[in-house]
Design a protein around this ligand. Structure first.
Ligand SMILES: Cc1cc2nc3c(=O)[nH]c(=O)nc-3n(C[C@H](O)[C@H](O)[C@H](O)COP(=O)(O)OP(=O)(O)OC[C@H]3O[C@@H](n4cnc5c(N)ncnc54)[C@H](O)[C@@H]3O)c2cc1C
Length: 383
């Protein structure tokens, strides 16, 4: 494969890496405990230009390409807190980009500058208690009444939902024709302060603990009609069009954190003495690490290939689904073995692989589960 990243990308990598080491790594323990990242981190990320890498310059963004996002996600994932990286990338890549793609000029001017400065933290609200993988099954309703919509329903598992300010929300504005449930879904920009919207619970999770996760209740929540995002009834198609970005970012985050965990594991094996020599001298363990490194490299090539197609605007649903499936499954294999190779210490909270093991478990479930990725890939095979 020819080189994917330019000298400019590598400069960005250097500055994100330095920022992560200086301003994130020392605090991840406290943020994991607190179950959130502080507002000051959002503002610092904004000051550095990291929250607007791809957004248009006229709103304060950097006007960069998707590969800048890949670099940013890779470096953020090295902070050894999956939740910090997840929270930030939900804001930059899993929610806000819909605004540049489908927003009106007035919506962009109203929200994008604050998003890019880190003042308006974003969340994506699709999943409901009764509908996750089956996105077309959502029940939350939005009924037009004069110059407002009244939204009623429940959302669950919403990242940045507790402390974020702006939700990119999917709701049903019509039933859709018989057998076509995906029709009649629309997207809305909903501010957290909207009347009738309540954060009903902050959810307690296995991992990704530094990212907050909400259950939301909407009871005739009043949203101005001008906050409809894109076309009424076309929300399902709009959401589907954005999923390739989300899935690639998920693959990059899982993979980069796994590479970090393998580096940590190699460091541990070199230090740890047993039977009169470092564990790193044991052939059985060396071969295990060699297998994991090989799988990670294979996953990386697959992810880079899909990212390059996506950056060029090519059709790449098959490649992105394969990259998401393989990278997140490999990352979980690395997690299993990284803990095993650390022995009892791998089970202790003070060792980063313990947190990695819990964090990375999310990635075969969220942003399209492994089973859903297999469905998408199988549909594109001649069988
Ligand atoms: C920590 C966390 C953060 C999240 N953040 C967000 C967020 O910010 N915004 C948001 O909208 N959502 C978010 N989600 C939701 C996430 O995207 C869903 O959990 C995911 O889509 C799976 O949906 P589900 O949980 O309803 O599982 P289900 O869809 O009920 O699936 C259960 C199991 O059945 C399998 N399955 C389902 N359908 C099929 C099928 N057709 N064939 C084979 N197997 C199938 C699934 O793969 C899974 O293994 C988050 C979830 C978590 C845990």
């Amino acid at each position: 494969m020819t080189r994917l990243f330019t000298a400019e990308h590598e400069m960005l990598r250097k500055s994100v890496r330095a920022f992560v080491e200086k301003e994130i790594v020392p605090h991840v323990g406290a943020w994991e405990e607190a179950g959130r990242i502080p507002g000051s981190l959002w503002l610092r990320l904004g000051e550095q230009g990291f929250l607007g890498l791809e957004f248009p310059a006229e709103y304060g963004g950097g006007g960069g390409d998707f590969l800048s996002t890949v670099v940013f996600a890779e470096e953020m994932a090295r902070c050894r807190s999956g939740g910090v990286a997840f929270s930030v990338l939900v804001h930059t890549d899993m929610s806000a980009p819909w605004l540049t793609r489908y927003g009106t000029e007035a919506q962009k001017q109203q929200y994008l500058p604050g998003i890019i400065r880190g003042e308006t933290v974003c969340a994506l609200g699709i999943t409901e208690p009764g509908a996750g993988s089956d996105m077309a099954g959502i029940q939350t309703r939005a009924v037009r009444q004069g110059d407002h919509y009244l939204i009623t329903g429940n959302k669950i598992f919403i990242t940045n939902g507790v402390y974020g300010e702006l939700y990119f929300l999917a709701a049903r504005t019509g039933p859709g024709r018989p057998g076509r449930r995906h029709e009649g879904i629309s997207m809305f920009l909903v501010e957290r302060a909207s009347p009738g919207l309540q954060v009903s619970r902050k959810l307690d999770k296995m991992g990704m603990r530094a990212s907050d996760t909400a259950e939301l209740a909407f009871s005739e929540c009043r949203v101005p009609a001008e906050n409809l995002l894109g076309e009424e009834g076309k929300g399902f198609y709009q959401l589907s069009a954005g999923l390739q970005r989300e899935r690639l970012v998920a693959a990059v985050l899982a993979l980069s954190s796994a590479r970090q965990a393998l580096e940590d594991t190699i460091g541990y094996l070199r230090e740890r003495q047993a039977f009169g020599e470092p564990l790193a001298a044991r052939q059985a363990l060396r071969h295990r690490v060699a297998d994991l490194a090989t799988e990670l490299e294979a996953a990386r090539q697959l992810v880079y290939h899909a990212a390059a197609l996506f950056a060029d605007g090519e059709e790449c649903v098959r490649e992105v689904s394969m990259a998401k499936l393989y990278a997140t499954e490999v990352a979980n294999r690395v997690a299993y073995h990284a803990v095993q190779l650390h022995g009892g210490y791998g089970y202790m909270r003070e060792f980063p692989v313990e947190g990695f093991f819990r964090d990375v478990r999310l990635w075969t479930i969220a942003s399209g589960s492994s089973e859903i990725m297999r469905e998408i890939i199988a549909k594109r095979l001649p069988m």
